[in-house]
Design a protein around this ligand. Sequence first.
Ligand SMILES: Cc1cc2nc3c(=O)[nH]c(=O)nc-3n(C[C@H](O)[C@H](O)[C@H](O)COP(=O)(O)OP(=O)(O)OC[C@H]3O[C@@H](n4cnc5c(N)ncnc54)[C@H](O)[C@@H]3O)c2cc1C
Ligand SMILES: *[C@@H]1O[C@H](CO)[C@@H](O)[C@H](O)[C@H]1NC(C)=O
Ligand SMILES: *[C@@H]1O[C@H](CO)[C@@H](O)[C@H](O)[C@H]1NC(C)=O
Ligand SMILES: *[C@@H]1O[C@H](CO)[C@@H](O)[C@H](O)[C@H]1NC(C)=O
Ligand SMILES: *[C@@H]1O[C@H](CO)[C@@H](O)[C@H](O)[C@H]1NC(C)=O
Ligand SMILES: *[C@@H]1O[C@H](CO)[C@@H](O)[C@H](O)[C@H]1NC(C)=O
Ligand SMILES: *[C@@H]1O[C@H](CO)[C@@H](O)[C@H](O)[C@H]1NC(C)=O
Ligand SMILES: *[C@@H]1O[C@H](CO)[C@@H](O)[C@H](O)[C@H]1NC(C)=O
Ligand SMILES: *[C@@H]1O[C@H](CO)[C@@H](O)[C@H](O)[C@H]1NC(C)=O
Ligand SMILES: *[C@@H]1O[C@H](CO)[C@@H](O)[C@H](O)[C@H]1NC(C)=O
Length: 542
Amino acid sequence: MTISLTTVIVLSLGVVTIATPEVCDKYCSPGQSCWPSFEEEVDLYTAMNGHLVTAYTADYAEYVLMPNTRVMKLPFVLVFPKTVDEVITAVNFANKYNIRMTIRSSGHDYIGRSTADGSLQINLMNMTDIKFNMSSSRSPDGEVTVESGNSWLRVYNETSKMGRVIVGGSAHTVSMGGYTLGGGHSPIGRKFGLAIDNLLEVKLVIANGSVVIANENGTTVFDADTGHPYHTSNNDLFWALRGGGGSTYGIVVSFTFRLHKDSKMVVLSCSTPVYDANQNDIGRPFLESLGNVLPNLAPEWGGYLMFSNTQMQNSTSGTMNIFLNHFGEWGSPSFNTIQPFLSNCNAKNVSSFLEYESTVYDPLYYRQYIFNTLVQPDGLTPQFYDFMYSLIGDPRLTTDIGCTGAMIGGNMKNTPAPNTSMNPNMRTGLLSLSCGIAWSSALEDRKWELLGQEFSTKLLKYGKGVYYNEPSAYLPDWKTQYWGGNYHRLLAIKDTWDPYNVFTCYHCVGSDEARLPRPTGATSNQTGNGHFEFHPPVIAVG
Ligand SMILES: Cc1cc2nc3c(=O)[nH]c(=O)nc-3n(C[C@H](O)[C@H](O)[C@H](O)COP(=O)(O)OP(=O)(O)OC[C@H]3O[C@@H](n4cnc5c(N)ncnc54)[C@H](O)[C@@H]3O)c2cc1C
Ligand SMILES: *[C@@H]1O[C@H](CO)[C@@H](O)[C@H](O)[C@H]1NC(C)=O
Ligand SMILES: *[C@@H]1O[C@H](CO)[C@@H](O)[C@H](O)[C@H]1NC(C)=O
Ligand SMILES: *[C@@H]1O[C@H](CO)[C@@H](O)[C@H](O)[C@H]1NC(C)=O
Ligand SMILES: *[C@@H]1O[C@H](CO)[C@@H](O)[C@H](O)[C@H]1NC(C)=O
Ligand SMILES: *[C@@H]1O[C@H](CO)[C@@H](O)[C@H](O)[C@H]1NC(C)=O
Ligand SMILES: *[C@@H]1O[C@H](CO)[C@@H](O)[C@H](O)[C@H]1NC(C)=O
Ligand SMILES: *[C@@H]1O[C@H](CO)[C@@H](O)[C@H](O)[C@H]1NC(C)=O
Ligand SMILES: *[C@@H]1O[C@H](CO)[C@@H](O)[C@H](O)[C@H]1NC(C)=O
Ligand SMILES: *[C@@H]1O[C@H](CO)[C@@H](O)[C@H](O)[C@H]1NC(C)=O
């Protein structure tokens, strides 16, 4: 992971030979005259305690790869902070030279919001602290503070050792960062609410390099020079962080979540051939019978409805799969709300949430275009089932398409919609339905992206709004689709905390705005409109 000074020299020479110096635009790009000099890059390497990778380091390729390979980009410098001070160092460096920053936890964002060409990428994978507080006054079953680079599986494992569960994603390799800031649904989310409903506090580094702690009771800014805290009871920032999306208000270094007591669970795997031996469609009645129990299912139930064309095109062996999980024991009143659908399922008793999660499989890499809608209780119409069949059976699809409907609603309703910036349709809905076309060759990108766009628009008719974390890259009215009526308030809060768009990404709050003119150039004490000042990097020693 270390780079030698020689590689840094090569890096700088590379820039000089390939680049034409130009005037700095909104962000400074590699090769422009505003780009840091060789000595200044070495300063960053030193200040980051060597936690830095560039295009000339052997492991660069490994770190720029995105799980969705379709959205891979080439950041210029990647830093891997281990401490909050190192995050601040990186932010101050990017500010000083007006370099675009990107923030990455797991890199799972489907439309690549965590990467950009020529950016300074802050990769949080090495910030993995986990701290429990089992005598918390604000959460009877305890709380945990987790740094953003943790995978959910690691957090589930540690939480399980305390006899507790935490609301997190189904997939193991996803991290807290973007997942939580976008809302976060979970196999146990119908029971305990969204991830943001269980969020007690957030610690972040904001655009000017200050550390901020935000919770429902207010906001505390720590002075960058003295560390002196300034507290206000204004909790707008916390509201915005609960659903407004990643890459927008700052770099979240840690999240504090409420914990819940663990429980025995029952896991169901329900499947049917799509066609029987006489080519009768038995898949649709199967889906409809799940649809009939869904609106009245107890919140203890969660799970996923999954089907794909690889399953359907094979008329003899095609199957549809539904995975359901019950938080609580077999035979309880909440358990019995699954009747009569239970007869379609194989059942298994498991002793804990971790035991259930340990059986979930994550794909490592994929090339994919996804699209989503939030299906509401009145959405399971005959036309909806027709549409799903037409999508999966579209004759133009000579590649894979699959849909996963994550079960939402339930106790997500218990947090009043105005308390968070999350799309309210997530709380009232039945399914966050995401479909994806997958292929392998980059040469086919355009073809399948266009078809994905077409499907994306059609799917919107069957739901209300779109889940920010399961987005289609083509979404003309994204502000309304993601946040309903909350967009303007989110934007006003963005203006307060990041007036120069130091943080930005594709279809994020404020990403299409003409912002306050940013101070440019490398001079360190230039000021903006009076409340923004560049500060020299904090050199972390250790
Ligand atoms: C296999 C798989 C399973 C999934 N399962 C679920 C699920 O069960 N429930 C669910 O709700 N969603 C799920 N998702 C969607 C998931 O929430 C999004 O992909 C989300 O973007 C992942 O967050 P990340 O931080 O891991 O990803 P990244 O790509 O690293 O980040 C996503 C966005 O957040 C920003 N960001 C990341 N970390 C921070 C931070 N610390 N501070 C500020 N900004 C940050 C990034 O810049 C980017 O804009 C799944 C996705 C995949 C691929
Ligand atoms: C992450 O931390 C590990 C363990 O300290 C270290 O070996 C590794 O080099 C770090 N990774 C990067 C990319 O800095
Ligand atoms: C745990 O939380 C309580 C109250 O919420 C607090 O007083 C205490 O200091 C915390 N303990 C630790 C170790 O942080
Ligand atoms: C907010 O303040 C109230 C009253 O002091 C307290 O009970 C609650 O735990 C605080 N919430 C958080 C998240 O700190
Ligand atoms: C949980 O952590 C322990 C180490 O504390 C490890 O041995 C075990 O394999 C982990 N389990 C899972 C499911 O990751
Ligand atoms: C489809 O079914 C046939 C006959 O059972 C089998 O040979 C074939 O492998 C199946 N194809 C797929 C893609 O499942
Ligand atoms: C699960 O356990 C209960 C007893 O708690 C038992 O009645 C039931 O049959 C078990 N189910 C399965 C599928 O093993
Ligand atoms: C919603 O916000 C109100 C007002 O701040 C607060 O009193 C209430 O406890 C919050 N509800 C939940 C479930 O967080
Ligand atoms: C920066 O500040 C120093 C002293 O405070 C001053 O001498 C210098 O001219 C300033 N530079 C710019 C570009 O404002
Ligand atoms: C950084 O921004 C915050 C929020 O606007 C402000 O309170 C703080 O004073 C700023 N700090 C510096 C060093 O500019």
